[in-house]
Design a protein around this ligand. Sequence first.
Ligand SMILES: *[C@@H]1O[C@H](CO)[C@@H](O)[C@H](O)[C@H]1NC(C)=O
Length: 237
Amino acid sequence: MTTVGRLDRNQVTYPSHVAQQAVQIGGAASIPGFVIGAFTGTLRTSTPILFSLVSGIQWFALGTTFWAVRTSVLNHVGLQNWWNSTRGAPILPRTDLSPSHSDRLRASTISGGVTGAVLGALFRGPRNIIPGTIMFTLFGFGGQHAYDFLDQKNTEQVQKDDVTEEGAKEKGTWLQRAAKSKWSPMKVLSDEEYLEMMNEKVLSVEAEIALLDDKIEELRKQQKELEKSKPSENEKK
Ligand SMILES: *[C@@H]1O[C@H](CO)[C@@H](O)[C@H](O)[C@H]1NC(C)=O
């Protein structure tokens, strides 16, 4: 038997996991099912609660089946690996971990078809298998297409927003940009420019202090000379 090591766990898709996910999706789908059922049931039948229940169950079955088949198609290598690993057959490295647009489109289309066939037969009888399949194949295809289209648009918008935001950060606010233009009477300083300007100010103040020091020194000399000359003047008197 091939041992399924820790690393190989990533190579395996467990059916229980697929089922669990599908049931969650089905549960989510049952909510609008109940609501729509209650609405239509109230309008059209004398048993709205029963109608709502049936509708909820149908939507649950629809969501669960669709998602289970879709996930299985998307993870077919992982599932096959699981199957192989239970009977000691060799497993292959997975090639289905990052499905492309067309992979997802194919999975949803196949899944739509299978769901339509199964549920058509289950809820409406064998005569509905073919129309159910056709209808839900189109739903699966169209739905995935629409989703990918919107997803793509959303991604582009987010990227665009990111770019604009970055640009705005670089350029600053419109006020700062206006101040940077050569017609602006005022100037916006960066931290470095401000520091440089302050350093220049400090230097000029230091130069002034040095000049003042010189002057003070000169005045002191003059004072000393005056003091020296005073006694001699007194002596003369
Ligand atoms: C599963 O095992 C069979 C041999 O029994 C092998 O041919 C096949 O490639 C394996 N598939 C995967 C996905 O591991």
